[in-house]
Design a protein around this ligand. Sequence first.
Ligand code: FEO
Length: 397
Amino acid sequence: MKPIEIAKGIYDVGVNDWNIDDFHGYSTPLGTSYNAFLILDEKVTLVDTVKKEFADQLIANIAQIVDPRTIDYVISNHTEMDHSGSLTRVMHRIGEDKPVYCSRMGAKNLALHFAPKLNYQPVKDGQELSLGHRTLSFLETRMVHWPDSMFTYLKEDKILFSSDGFGQHYAGFEKFDDVVGHTIMPHAKKYFANILLLYGPLILKLIEKVVQMGLEIKMICPDHGVIWRTAPEKIIDAYVGWSKQTPKRKAVLVYDTMWHSTERMAESIAAGLSAEGIQVRPMYLRKWHRSDIMTEVLDAKAVVVGSPTLNNGLFPTVSDFLTYMKGLKPVGKIGAAFGSYGWSGEAAKLITQELEAMKFDIIEPVRQQYVPSDAALEESFAFGQAIGRNINAQVPA
Ligand code: FEO
């Protein structure tokens, strides 16, 4: 398939990874894409490369437009190997002496990933590079989401090459937001919740800086998924809201169970939350992937976590989820724990400690021994109601 010309003289030469279903712990049922862009000008320029396994496909895509040896400049916006894994092989084909423009941290980190050393040309924030008729401007975006990350802005065409920013794990021949339609937004939200959530304050500062610079953006080209060309401000506004973690009257109720007792508690607690008008769905950890649960956590006010006690500890799937959520640093949440137990019953206390460590506002846990009676389930229902009233008191309708 011939690469798509996304604007005059600018081609998407990236690849689709149809079969990937786990991206370092993030479920990707629709696969993903590694986007790379070729700009034809006096200086032919390649923006980003792809994952190592797709090097030949990238080179073949480029070769449909130009002889790869005619590429003059390569831009590396980000060191992570889904975008740089093929760099050494691609440079071997293009010419190892050709400059690779990257941030200062990019030059350092690329050298720590790949040997032999390439002709890295570190650029500063705001530095420009003339391609002849067009100009690239580099925007450092340190820790959004690696120390080396940067955006590249094509001034004359008003195109922002945004690396991981505004990406979605989505493989498809449809390369534009208006072609895919509104169904792309949940993928963008999941991407934010699982990759960028902990950098929300930095993202807000970055967007403020872009606004102050008066940067006009006609098109945003991320390195994953579709290109935003119809209304780039829509995804920028969504990023502002997600970065602020503005909550809804919503709870995430996540649990695992051994003999259905914690499950019965979960369903009663969810019913109690719902009775208070809270949006909630019990999410069983052997049905729901941790990354889908995190997407729900993004705009929830409360996270309610249940585990049976297993060998004086937490059920392993619950530990897994708590570790994952802790790393993503959600803020401003109410936290509550529950669980059934046989004799020692440490799980609810251990969950509470983890939620406290995440600086959640804690509601005291409920525990039930062995199989919950009808009266015990009423207690769980009332626990759900109490959490629901707490949410309603803090979140405007
Ligand atoms: Fe898509 Fe941070 O790599």
